[in-house]
Design a protein around this ligand. Structure first.
Ligand SMILES: O=C(O)CCC(=O)C(=O)O
Ligand SMILES: [Fe+2]
Length: 325
């Protein structure tokens, strides 16, 4: 089994026959493997290259500089090496922390945004490395361009589920987005369950991942062993998150994946996670259920679900009551 390649070329007009054709191909990929390469997208290669360059510069900064942006309660900032353990993994019993470091950039909010001023969960300021003046504009440009592709994919997904193309748009009016500038050091042979990223499924709706040419991403199909998701120029790796699987009553599959960086060099990747508004209630979509196929999950508020997963997986969020210092 290999990961299908889906070309978005000709699908931009969501009312046209090109979009219907691409939506069908997408539905096929997302309901079987849950992963696809996306090509023919609108992110300029120079934008992606600039974002990778910015990430490399950031990770080459001193530890003290990086730690000056230590991740805040709003889940924005620097996560040092080995500070997250995917204890909620449904895929494996994970005991070793991930061998990666990253800067998490979430959706930007205006300084006068009411939710930000109220200190609402996940609605806080991003933290930017002031010593790298190019970093913020490059990341925000990348975020803008990749977000447009992600929203287009949400429309193709709606079409593929026999919904109007824009049926889901309103759930993403105040989206929850994560752009993670990840760095994986080269890994020597170590304990069995030591990974750059331990086997996991993604939390949310969709992920669009740009990876460098190191390789090391692997995907586990429902039936079968791990397969490689090798780098492919000018593509993103698209995958389904748990909330999309739940929304579609498991028509789409949230597939386990992992990273082991055996390239001998540093690996960089830029996953972008597009999730809905915190208040969106994820409840079986009307076209994903019928008399023979009742809803498999109760409705859940996305924000509640997200906070529970984050609180379990990240050291910085665990309180003393959980046995952490
Ligand atoms: O770095 C990668 O290739 C994958 C990262 C990933 O799976 C994640 O951050 O959820
Ligand atoms: Fe992932």
């Amino acid at each position: 089994m290999s990961i299908p390649v889906i070309d978005l070329e000709g699908s931009l007009d969501v009312g046209g026959s090109g979009a219907a054709r691409v939506a069908n191909a997408l539905a096929q990929a997302l309901s079987t493997l849950g992963f696809a390469y996306i090509r023919g997208h609108t992110v300029a290669p120079a934008t992606t290259a600039a974002a990778f360059a910015a990430s490399r510069e950031f990770h080459a900064s001193s530890l003290a500089q990086k730690q000056s942006l230590a991740i805040n309660a709003f889940h924005r900032g620097y996560m040092g090496m080995a500070t997250s353990t995917i204890v909620t993994s449904s895929v494996a019993r994970v005991t070793q922390p991930n061998m990666s470091e990253s800067l998490m950039v979430m959706h930007e909010l205006a300084p006068d945004d009411p939710a930000l001023r109220a200190g609402a969960p996940m609605q806080g300021p991003n933290q930017w490395p002031q010593w790298l003046p190019d970093f913020k504009p490059r990341m925000l440009q990348y975020q803008r361009e990749v977000d447009a592709v992600a929203r287009h994919i949400v429309r193709l997904i709606a079409l593929s589920l026999n919904l109007p193309a824009h049926a889901l748009d309103h759930h993403f009016e105040r989206p929850t987005t994560f752009l993670r500038a990840l760095h994986y050091p080269p890994q020597a042979v170590g304990p069995d369950d030591q990974f750059g990223s331990a086997p996991h499924t993604d939390y949310g709706i969709i992920t669009l991942l740009a990876q460098d040419d190191s390789g090391g991403l692997q995907v586990r199909p429902r039936a079968g062993d791990w397969i490689e998701a090798p780098p492919m120029a000018d593509t993103f790796v698209l995958n389904v998150g748990d909330m999309l699987a739940r929304w579609t009553n498991n028509r789409f599959v949230s597939t386990p994946h992992r990273v082991i960086n055996r390239s001998g060099g540093d690996r960089y990747s830029l996953p972008y996670f597009l999730d809905p508004s915190m208040d969106t209630v994820i409840e079986c979509l009307p076209t994903c259920t019928d008399a023979m196929n009742p809803p498999q999950y109760p409705p859940v508020r996305y924000g509640d679900y997200l906070m529970e997963r984050l609180n379990k997986n990240y050291n910085y969020r665990r309180t003393a009551a959980d046995g952490e210092p």
